[in-house]
Design a protein around this ligand. Structure first.
Ligand SMILES: Nc1ncnc2c1ncn2[C@@H]1O[C@H](COP(=O)(O)OP(=O)(O)O)[C@@H](O)[C@H]1O
Ligand SMILES: [Mg+2]
Length: 330
């Protein structure tokens, strides 16, 4: 077989360049900042979401997640920086963006006093489409709602509301889906089902940016950005994130957790110690032998304390990275 490149190298490199330009990101965020008066809600945030990618934005209340969603769905202007959604510029092409994105803005996206069916046809109508036209896309989700189609949205359970809101955000077959905390306040079973639905949507080629305050949902995304106080702490795959924790970590347990916490805080090798359920997660300086910790605890009278090396959770990584960012900012 003759390669095109070997026949015509110049031509082929220029084709490659334009091809690279053609392979556009679903979302491109470049140094976006936003303040509300003195509150700096986003501080030069940058990241990209690939086509067909399920990208999670994980951070606590007040991290800046909703602000970023509002900017990317063109409902709010950034103070500085630039962004593109499916190759469309946030300012220049805002009308186009509004047509091609689906947005589920957390709590108040449904009309509580319209029925399930009425909510769906309302959203279909404002996008100039019909339920029938794009039924294929929402079918798997809507079948679960069908038995309740005459019920008012306000009378649905949390999980059902989320499913309906997702159907409404999908009814015009968007290219990019923005879901702001879709699983907050939803029971564990519905949360699991919701993520299953997102996986299926992703397989249909829809790029998804989803925010959550639940650190354990990180593993369900292709990539995640951890965000706090308007700053991205890291962007990684769930597996890659685990390798960012490069210090020894132990779970330490003792009857009196509070006294143990006070004791460990004063230990010279301690980098951080935080309560996690009924134990403490202790991070120590690299290369501290466990015998040093045992010795220290015994000297303080915590003879029966249980010390066990553990792998970090996403929460451990989040706390460690935010500690590092805070000390860098000080
Ligand atoms: N309309 C607003 N006016 C003033 N401050 C706001 C407004 N919206 C958000 N904030 C503040 O901006 C920060 C980021 O908020 P938000 O984007 O809602 O974060 P998240 O969605 O992660 O909870 C918070 O400190 C919040 O109090
Ligand atoms: Mg929010």
């Amino acid at each position: 077989m003759v390669h095109f490149e070997s026949v015509c190298p110049l031509r082929s490199s220029s084709i490659r360049t334009s091809w690279n330009r053609l392979v556009m990101q679903a979302i491109q965020v470049d140094n976006i900042s936003k303040s509300y008066g003195k509150i700096s809600a986003l501080k030069s945030v940058s990241f990209q979401v690939e086509e067909g990618e399920l990208f999670g934005l994980i951070g606590p209340d007040g991290a800046g997640k909703s602000t970023l969603f509002r900017i990317l769905t063109t409902l709010l202007l950034a103070d500085s920086g630039e962004g593109h959604v499916a190759g469309n510029h946030l300012l220049r092409d805002y009308r186009k963006i509004r047509r091609i994105v689906g947005y589920m803005p957390g709590r108040f996206s449904l009309y509580q006093d319209l029925s399930v069916e009425e909510n769906l046809s309302f959203f279909a109508t404002i996008f100039g489409t019909t339920i029938e036209e794009n039924y294929g896309l929402i079918k798997d989700i809507y079948v679960q709602l069908e038995p309740f189609k005459k019920r008012l949205a306000g009378q649905l359970s949390g999980g059902m509301k989320q499913k309906l809101a997702l159907c409404c955000a999908l009814i015009h077959r968007p290219e990019v889906l923005f879901l702001d905390e879709p699983t907050t306040g939803v029971d564990a079973v519905s949360r699991k089902e919701f993520w299953e639905m997102l996986k299926k949507l992703k397989q249909k080629g829809i790029a998804i940016l989803v925010s959550t305050p639940y650190m354990d949902e990180a593993s369900l995304c292709d990539r995640i950005a951890l965000i706090q106080n308007g700053e991205i702490l890291t962007i990684n795959t769930p597996e890659g994130l685990m390798t960012e924790y490069d210090l020894p970590l132990y779970a330490v347990k003792y009857d009196d957790t509070y006294q143990l916490l006070k004791g460990l805080r004063k230990m010279p090798y301690t980098k951080s110690v935080l309560p996690f359920g009924d134990s403490l997660h202790l991070t120590v300086e690299a290369e501290t032998p466990v015998s040093k910790i045992t010795e220290y605890l015994t000297d303080l009278g915590f003879e029966n304390a249980e010390i066990r090396p553990i792998s970090p959770t996403v929460e451990d990584i989040f706390l460690e990275l935010s500690r590092r960012t805070e000390s860098k900012n000080d």
